[in-house]
Design a protein. Sequence first.
Length: 437
Amino acid sequence: MKKIGIRKENKGPFERRSPLVPEDVKKLVESGFEVTVEKSEDRIIPEDVFVAAGAKTSEKLSEEDADIILGIKEVKSELLIENKVYLFFAHVIKGQEYNMEMLSEILRKNITLIDYETIKDKDGKRLIFFGRYAGLAGAIDTLWTLGKRLSGQGIDTPFKNIKRAIEYKDLNEVKREINAVGDSIRKDGLPDEIAPLTVAFTGYGNVSAGAQEIFDLLPFETLEPRKLARISSGEYSNKTIYKTVFKEEDLYEPKDPQEKFLLKHYYENPQLYRCVFDNFAGEISVIVNGSYWDERYPRTLTEETVKKLWKEGSRKLKVVGDISCDIRGGIEITFKTTTPGDPVFVYKPWDGTIESGLGSEGIAVLAVDILPSELPLESSVFFSHVLTKFIPEISSADFTRTFEDIDLPGEIKNAIITHGGKLTPDYEYIAKYLKNK
């Protein structure tokens, strides 16, 4: 199996990434692969650059063009080609309702689906990911949101100079501008209305690390969560941003007061724990959420906590940058995901409603679910270099065989969601979400 197709993304004009870049296409072609690129006006890399690397182009991928079809985001049901092997971020493993129709069509069309999200090593670490770039773009956009939010409230800060990630030429330009903002804070400080400015990060994987990479260009001091109350009582500098990274042991405690927090036990028995983030929420100006969450786990920021703080008169929390983007998930006030064109909505704690944009009183929530697309070239290059390493093994497998008989390394085989018109054994649980589709 040597025919690779790169599909045109159809999640909207802001999705400009490519799963492979010409540099890696050239290597594949030189090693005997035939690569066909579906034409796209939105893709960050023009077709002629792929052609120069040895690829063919097609107005629309056909059955003859490819055996393995590579993409980034979900595929519209009507565009799925029968009996092919697809690789993309499927967003189905949590039973996401909005993708169940697509999954049903994948099963009906006898498609083998390999989900990038589930390609992991023996320790459960993801091997193909955009996480760092989601974090980078999420942090940039969160700072932009903060600047806009404060300006709208009549508070002048250097953050007003920061643009959205999608508006910058590259990361070097981003870093120069944020460094300049940092210099301004060091020189003139932040207004009394927002000092001390505290930023809470959840998670410590690639997403959170990428977000912190941007924030760390600003003058900051790292605090443990339990020390947040100290600076709120007056021991702070307005020329410093206070950064707190919440790990599981900071966020959760056993429901049984006689028990101690044990990370392994928490992962295996999350129902026996409760979240204690509400003990700190009133001390935080900005939340940057980069934690994995599914319905087994306690929420980090509940709607109840936000309403309670607002009722008590606490207005410190200005912005939530929800990079993880789980609707009503770890951040319960994430009522919807957003796009780079309309990235923010405001949650109104007094009545529990939301309003698109930044114009109303309340808490601004950034929840763009395609953040790496805001850094399309750099994120594509990184992703392509990683993905290319897996293509020879995938292409050499015989997908006409039963799932049990497909010869693939475990990290790839364990990422096969569907094969032969069925959910594979590790993903049979998804069937309960497909009942009405």
